[in-house]
Design a protein around this ligand. Structure first.
Ligand SMILES: [Ca+2]
Length: 269
């Protein structure tokens, strides 16, 4: 009798370990969720600040040239229509700081550095930018025809990009087989300007109020702001704006197409 409860049985030990593992997993998952929510909130604040600064730039008539056609100058080297595109900024893939990033210093980030330089030409904006902690800024090395500069980082330490009025082309969403019906195109429905739908894994945005199926000229394949103005964009937790290279970093794999789902745009808040 004395030795009966001397030790836990193997099964009891396994049970205890199992419960502990589950508890640790729940806590870790909760902490990760809280971290993402905090980063998201910080990113929204940064996007709002950048919007105020670019609106101030617009009031001073210094934003022209970054907007793209029809209001901008398509020949301006700062604004270039992506090859094969119908206008707009081509959505960068990975902009993370790891060794496998694709577009961290690509043309979208370079163009943003040009906009940031113009933003800082206004004293009030310059003061706000100077107050940002250094870990929220990224130095962008020059790359012809761009001259480099500094861009602002989002809550996940990835560059926030400036998107011209013509929009962010090629933003991919997950298949909506289990998704939100509001995101799925439905024939005959009326869509207000700025409405977004998913067709075959890609976002389309209504340029005009329409009940036509997503195609030009009523729709744009990608993201545009409802008011047709330039906006600021964060890639969200995954660090990719358009298509997300899979684990093997090869485009076209099944997990590529959700990259647009978690993006954060300044016009949304
Ligand atoms: Ca993303």
């Amino acid at each position: 009798m004395l030795t009966r409860r001397k030790a836990f049985t193997a099964i009891e030990l396994l049970l205890v370990i199992g419960v502990l593992v589950i508890l640790i997993a729940i806590v870790a998952w909760g902490l990760k969720g809280a971290g993402n929510a905090g980063s998201g909130k910080a990113t929204q604040t940064t996007l709002a600040n950048l919007t105020s600064m670019s609106e101030e730039l617009n009031r001073k008539n210094k934003l022209a040239g970054f907007e793209g056609p029809p209001t901008g100058d398509p020949l301006n080297p700062i604004y270039q229509i992506p090859a094969g595109g119908i206008g707009g900024e081509a959505a960068p893939t990975l902009v993370t700081a790891d060794s496998q990033n694709g577009d961290r210093f690509g043309s979208a980030v370079q163009r943003t550095a040009e906009v940031m330089r113009r933003l800082s030409s206004i004293p009030d904006n310059k003061r706000i930018l100077e107050k940002l902690p250094s870990d929220q800024l990224l130095a962008v090395p020059p790359k012809a025809p761009y001259s480099g500069g500094t861009v602002v980082l989002d809550g996940w330490k990835n560059p926030i990009i400036f998107v011209p009025a013509t929009g962010l082309s090629g933003v991919f969403a997950k298949s909506d087989s289990k998704g939100n019906p509001q995101d799925t195109y439905a024939p005959g429905q009326n869509y207000a300007r700025g409405a977004r739908v998913i067709v075959q894994g890609a976002y389309w945005t209504a340029i005009n109020s329409t009940n036509n199926a997503p195609s030009l000229p009523d729709w744009f394949q990608g993201i545009r702001s409802p008011d047709g103005r330039p906006f600021w964009a964060s890639a969200g937790p995954d660090g990719a704006f358009g298509s997300l290279p899979g684990k093997d970093r090869t485009l076209g794999t099944a997990d590529d197409i959700g990259a647009g789902d978690d993006n954060i745009y300044s016009f949304e808040h």
